[in-house]
Design a protein around this ligand. Structure first.
Ligand code: BGC
Length: 938
């Protein structure tokens, strides 16, 4: 008989200890307190103070993953240990196999409290049980049976710090420049000088703005974040950032200042004619609170107040749609010689972020620089991106250089028409002194480059390095730029020293990867990923380039399942849903875009349904029951609003967007789809009520679940009665209506359903496997074909090249997913319609199907606790690989087909059970580990 003690003593360490490595994470994190270290100027901020997760809740939930474990190992409980700052320790044992979003088991955190938490597992192995949670693995609990000690090693400690949890934690006041700072004035800078005494151990900057801010301490940027505090429903919720700025402060005098930009708060995006008709507010404002902690326990707070000062800046103009104008003549750090005015607090809830901020995530080099017929320098980055351009140029003082941005070319020049009224132009007035001048200026003109090298030194550095041109308060969507103001015709290289595209987006963790043997399909998938990166810029937007860039509910509703499979969007979408609930109208109507900007709102099928469908997608991906709980009132209010508009359980006659951008709709009337809007609206009504019934059941609201189920049954009956003939013909007889009716099981009679499936197949055949669906039909058409037993047709459609199809755009060189199936017409010209973006993620919802059907990975219980691995072979694909970083760890399935033999390599993380179905029909059930399966395929 082998006891745990013997194992332990024989092997020196408990046997299982080395193989299990707890990786502890806190929920929905603002990843860590971040700051630039080193105190230098821009660009030298390497090294981030990582490792402390800031949370805006007293009870952060906990998740952990195991890097690996012995076969048969199963968590049956965990020990969690919390250490407070004063060294006080407490431990708790939780029974069970939960690993994701586990409720905080300790007392609530208080504002600013920092604690360390570590964990270890207690487990059973292949049916043998152990209660051993202590370091001494010598007790064989549970009777005389041989027991293996399966407690893991302690995880590394994870640090969590509470942000400001009570409104009373704020002592700073809201301030705005006393003069200037208007929409046509230079972007204002507000700041203060203050002394720091010796013995500083910790400094936190809590900061937010009406507008967007860029904060500096002693001239150094406090973080790599852009456009903070981001866009929330400003009438109700405003985010604030928490930065660790300890390393930026020095004993003696210090300077803290923030540049304010219009962002989403003021300017055209907020006051677009169709929108609210007015900006959120006329004045930009700042709220900043610097909290210092000293070795002797002393705390000091430097809060924005009437004693702060204000000045202008080099940023003469900034607007998200139109671009930025920067005068490089003017100092990097202007004199703040004006006063500030204390303004009343906006009176909205201040919330700590639950998602990563917008950051630079990549740079893309130019692939070509040429001269256009109009004499501008044209730069192609080879990839449609979202962000801005960083250039280094050599020029004369006062020379104006401007950069325009576009996604495509027409006749060799930028195609600006699709951008509608957005001017997308960044303009610079050169200093002519190069960066040497800027460095001198940043250093206060005393000890900088010029101080050391003299004026001659400045001139020679200028000639050598040129000037750095880079905006900071705007973003653009582009693949091409043209540059005006350089002597391009002579020799561009003498003036344009370097150019690169800077990619910006919410800095989300990538969680999904997919590749196949088809180069075109891989390109399509990459296009989906790029589209998501560009449009997940603080809020989920329709497009990033024209005079729109809004949080369209319908677009994210169809894309949410794909989004959750590619990046960790748990916090990002949770925050957006909080805005959705906050912006919902008193009668339950969900605004068409969130944050709300339109004046008039009406219930829109497929758009307002985001209120139910997006939280459900998060629940499925992350197993987050709390998001359902929180959003439930919003869901039921939406449902009540829609129900009020229904007649005999059908949603008829609404003013609907319907199957928006159906390829057969006229280019100038995107809502004139083939699909009858009443069929689409009623189908969505059924879908949302069906999900609502499931949500109520998950939440244990059984009476309501039953009521919604009954209603869903009633809607299905009405749908069949009104829209479906006994021959299986669905009213308006087009791909979308069959797709919705089949995929969502709206047709209740099995024979009629089969006939409808056949009819869908006929329609698809008639159109030679091209797509004939818009925003609402596209995410379900391939699944509907599969459900109807028409896998070959689904494959023919996804691999088709004829217009309209996904690969049509790939053939025409797309590097992101287009808004229209033919944003570029076959002859390469730009579609004349108003809605012609080249970066819209909606049609990219197909990636979810690719992951589930080609890759074969589908979560079958919330949070990927159980998954199905069932690749469906088709087309001429000979291999595919999918991996997904689930809440439990990486799930990876890699299959290939070779000479009639199918082989599948599968990785399953600890905590996940996979049901495997091979193309031969063979089934297997496996838990964590590496597995290989093969079978013959006829
Ligand atoms: C947006 C769409 C949106 C649609 C609905 C467009 O302008 O770009 O993606 O869903 O309007 O009307």
């Amino acid at each position: 008989m082998t006891t745990s003690l013997e194992r332990s003593s024989v092997e020196g360490e408990p046997h299982y200890r080395a193989s299990v490595d707890g990786i502890l994470r806190f929920e929905q994190l603002q990843p860590t307190l971040r700051t630039r270290l080193g105190g230098g100027g821009e660009g030298d901020g390497d090294g981030l103070s990582a490792g402390i997760t800031v949370v805006g809740t007293a009870r952060p939930r906990l998740s952990w993953r195991y890097a690996s474990a012995e076969p048969g190992w199963r968590q049956r409980g965990v020990e969690l240990e919390l250490t407070r700052a004063d060294g006080f320790r407490t431990g708790i044992h939780l029974a069970g196999d939960e690993q994701a979003l586990v409720a905080w088991p300790f007392g609530p955190l208080t504002s600013r409290e920092r604690v360390a938490v570590r964990m270890r597992a207690c487990a059973e192995v292949a049916g043998e049980a152990s209660d051993a949670t202590g370091a001494t693995a010598g007790h064989a609990h549970g009777g005389s049976k041989a027991v293996a000690v399966a407690d893991s090693a302690w995880s590394a400690p994870a640090y969590v710090e509470a942000a400001l949890l009570e409104p009373g934690d704020w002592s700073a006041q809201w301030i705005t420049p006393a003069t200037g700072g208007g929409i046509f004035d230079p972007a204002p800078v507000l700041g203060t000088r203050f002394d720091v005494s010796d013995g500083l151990v910790d400094a936190r900057l809590r900061i937010t703005a009406l507008g967007i801010f860029e904060a500096r301490i002693n001239g150094a940027l406090v973080s790599e974040d852009h456009f903070a505090p981001g866009w929330s429903s400003y009438d109700h919720r405003l985010r604030y950032q928490n930065y660790d700025v300890t390393a930026l402060l020095q004993p003696g005098e210090n300077d803290l200042e923030a540049l304010l930009g219009n962002g989403w708060y003021r300017g055209r995006i907020a006051s677009f004619s169709l929108h609210r008709g007015h900006p959120y507010g006329e004045k930009l404002a700042l709220l900043a609170q610097l909290e210092l902690t000293f070795a002797d326990g002393r705390r000091e707070t430097i809060g924005s107040d009437g004693g702060w000062s204000a000045g202008g800046s080099r940023v003469l103009a900034n607007d998200f749609y139109d671009g930025q104008t920067t005068d490089l003549h003017l100092p990097v750090r202007p004199a703040r010689d004006g006063a500030v005015t204390v303004v009343p607090s906006p009176g909205v809830e201040l919330v700590a972020p639950v998602a990563p901020a917008v950051r630079e995530t990549q740079t893309v080099p130019a692939v070509s620089t040429t001269l256009t017929a109009s004499g501008r320098l044209l730069v192609d980055f080879g990839q449609n991106v979202v962000g801005w351009v960083r250039l280094r140029v050599r020029g004369e003082a006062g020379q104006r250089v401007s950069v325009r941005h576009a996604e495509v070319l027409e006749n060799g020049e930028l195609s600006l028409r699709p951008l509608r009224s957005a001017k997308v132009t960044d303009t610079y007035i050169l200093a002519g002194t190069g960066d040497a001048g800027a460095a001198w200026d940043a250093a206060g003109g005393v000890a900088g480059v010029a101080g050391a090298a003299g004026a001659a030194g400045v001139a020679s550095v200028a000639a050598e390095l040129g000037e750095l041109l880079e905006p900071n308060l705007v973003f653009h969507g582009f693949r091409y730029i043209d540059i005006d103001g350089l002597n391009a015709a002579e020799d561009p290289a003498t003036e344009l020293l370097s150019v690169e595209a800077v990619v910006l987006g919410s800095d989300l963790e990538r969680t999904g990867w997919f590749e196949t043997s088809s180069v075109e399909l891989n390109q399509l998938h990459q296009n989906v990923v790029w589209g998501m990166r560009g449009n997940f810029l603080d809020v989920p937007t329709d497009c990033p380039q024209r005079d729109e860039r809004l949080g369209w509910t319908g677009d994210i509703q169809v894309f949410a399942p794909t989004a959750t499979s590619l990046f960790d969007v748990s916090g990002f979408l949770s925050s957006w849903l909080a805005d959705l609930a906050a912006d919902q109208l008193p009668d339950g109507t969900v605004p068409a875009v969130i944050p709300r900007v339109f004046l008039e709102e009406k219930p829109l099928a497929g758009w307002g349904d985001a209120a139910v469908i997006v939280p459900w997608a998060l629940y499925e991906a992350y197993g987050d029951r709390a998001i359902l709980e929180r959003q439930y009132p919003s869901m039921t209010r939406w449902h009540d609003r829609v129900t009020a508009d229904t007649t005999d359980n059908l949603w008829l006659g609404g003013d609907q967007l319907g199957d928006w951008l159906d390829p057969l709709a006229p280019p100038d009337a995107p809502a004139k789809a083939q699909a009858d809007p009443d069929v689409v609206a009623s189908a969505y009504y059924a879908r949302s009520i069906d999900l609502l019934a499931r949500v109520a059941a998950v939440l244990g609201r059984h009476d309501e679940a039953e009521r919604y189920e009954r209603l869903a049954t009633g809607i299905r009956a009405a749908f069949n009665r009104e829209f479906v003939s006994p021959e299986g013909i669905v009213r308006s007889d087009c791909q979308t209506v069959y797709a919705l009716a089949i995929r969502w099981r709206l047709i209740t009679d099995a024979d009629v359903l089969a006939l409808a499936g056949q009819r869908l197949r006929e329609l698809v055949d008639e159109r030679n496997f091209t797509v004939a669906t818009g925003f609402l039909g596209t995410p379900v058409i391939l699944d509907a074909l599969l459900d109807a037993g028409q896998l070959d047709a689904a494959y023919a459609m996804v691999l088709g090249h004829e217009h309209p199809s996904w690969l049509y755009s790939v053939d025409l060189g797309a590097t992101t997913v287009w808004e229209r199936w033919d944003s570029l017409l076959p002859d390469g010209s730009v579609n004349p319609g108003e809605m012609t973006s080249f970066n819209h993620y909606a049609f990219g919802a197909v990636a979810d199907w690719m992951h589930r059907v080609i890759g074969g990975l589908t979560p079958t219980s919330p949070g990927y606790r159980d998954v199905s691995i069932a690749p469906r072979l088709g087309g001429d694909l000979t291999s595919a690989s999918i991996s997904h970083l689930s809440p439990f760890g990486l799930i990876a399935a890699d299959w290939c087909l070779n000479g009639g033999v199918f082989a599948l390599a599968l990785t399953v993380p600890v905590g996940v059970t996979a049901a495997v179905t091979l193309p031969s029909g063979e089934h297997h059930r496996v838990t964590h580990g590496e597995h290989v399966f093969t079978c013959d395929v006829p």
